[in-house]
Every structure is written in C-alpha cells, then in structure tokens.
Design a protein around this ligand. Structure first.
Ligand code: DX5
Ligand code: ZN
Length: 219
C-alpha cells in the first residue's frame, strides 16, 4: 500500500499565529510543512521570507518543504538553506542556469525540488531528473491559494511516474494547487507521492485539520 505524504501549505494558515499553526499541523499528523515563498515579482503575490522561516524553525521538527516562487532565485538559496529549509524547490524560469542552482542547493545538503507550472513541459527537466529529489507539479498557476485544480496536469503526473519507473529514478512526485476531497484520489492514482493542500486542510470540516489530513491519505 502506497504511503501518501501530506504537506499542508501555510499560505492558508492564520499568519498572525504561524507558530501555533505549525504546531497544530504537527499534532494533526502532517508529514512536512509546505512554505510558499512569494516575492511579488515571479508571482503577483508577496508572502514570507527567510527571516520568518528562521524563527519558525525552532517550533517544529517537521521538514520544511520550501517552495520558492521568487526570481532571480539562485542568489537567495543560501538564505533559505541557512533559515532551516529541508527541501528547496525552485522554478526553472527563475534561474538562468538550472543545473548550477540545483548544484547550489546540494552544496547546502538540502533536498532539491524543481517545480513545473501547468504550462511548463517535462522536457525542461528530463535530463536533470537523476539530480532531483522532488518534482513539484503545479495544478494551478502559482501565486494564490484557493484556486481551481487544473485536471490537464494529471497526464503530466502519469508521464513523470512512467519515466521514474522506466529509468529507475528516485524523485518524489508532489502535486500542489486546488487539491480537494473530490480530486485527490485521481492525483494519487496518477502517481503522486506527496499532496500539498492549503484551503482543503485549513477550511474543510470547520477547520478540523486532523480530519482533513487523515481524509487526504485515504485511498
Ligand atoms: C500556490 C501555492 C500552493 C497553494 C496551495 O502558488 O504554491 O501551495 O498555496 O493552496 P490550495 O491548496 O489552497 O490550492
Ligand atoms: Zn506551493
């Protein structure tokens, strides 16, 4: 039986209570914390940066799954590594040399994630898949929580799963954006290992995050 991991996005959390929100997520059985870093340039929204991550680091042992929606991203990788990120995920469009940025994340001994927007083709990373720990498939265009899941990315998940099996590679497939109780099973069946969710986890069932996390693991 495949073990699905849940990475709740704190973009949907109460930003005035982030310390308590991440503690609640840990108690509710989250496998990691998805931290959406946005710079108002790569995406039309602004959230938190490395100083906030540094503060939050001491309040949980859970891995920080840091999604950098910032550009240029290369020169900031060190700051997020030092702040306590465990997985550093970047977008190919945010660096002028993806291989160098991947190597730079490795220098800090962090897990390397690369994120594909709905309109970014897999062939952008085909030759790098053996150097990547995690492929983050965006099922919405990045920038906001609460958007509608784009079912056309299902075939991308299936394709990445097929490549992983054919080439015997180890990257994990994480899917991010609009995941809910109606579509999560199809995402898992297509090959996802990790589900990111903000709105569903924090808002469904009157905000019962343990119930919502448990429900997303049921297949
Ligand atoms: C969007 C972020 C996602 C988003 C997920 O740019 O990368 O992580 O917060 O939130 P929901 O689950 O509400 O779509
Ligand atoms: Zn994200």
């Amino acid at each position: 039986m495949k073990k699905i991991q849940i990475s709740p996005s704190i973009l949907s959390a109460d930003f005035s209570q982030l310390k308590n929100e991440i503690k609640r997520l840990e108690e509710a059985g989250a496998d990691m914390i998805h931290i959406d870093v946005m710079d108002g340039h790569f995406v039309p929204n602004l959230t938190i940066g490395s100083p906030v991550i540094k503060i939050l680091r001491k309040y949980t042992k859970l891995p920080f799954d840091v999604h950098l929606m910032i550009s240029p991203v290369h020169k900031y990788i060190g700051a997020y590594a030092d702040a306590g990120a465990d997985i550093i995920t970047i977008h190919p469009e945010a660096t002028d040399n993806l291989i160098n940025s991947i190597k730079h994340i490795r220098e800090f001994k962090k897990k390397v994630g690369v994120s594909l927007n709905p309109d970014t083709k897999i062939n952008v990373i085909t030759n790098l898949l053996d150097q990547i720990d995690l492929v983050l498939i965006m099922s919405v265009f990045p920038g906001f929580g609460g958007q509608k899941f784009m079912p056309e990315v299902i075939s991308k998940i299936e394709e990445l799963k097929k490549i992983k099996n054919q080439k015997n590679l180890n990257y994990e497939i994480e899917v991010d954006g609009g995941i809910n109780f109606t579509n999560y099973k199809s995402v898992i069946e297509a090959g996802a290992d990790i589900l990111v969710s903000g709105t569903t986890i924090f808002k469904e069932n009157n905000g019962d995050i343990k119930k919502n996390i448990d429900s997303l693991k049921l297949i």
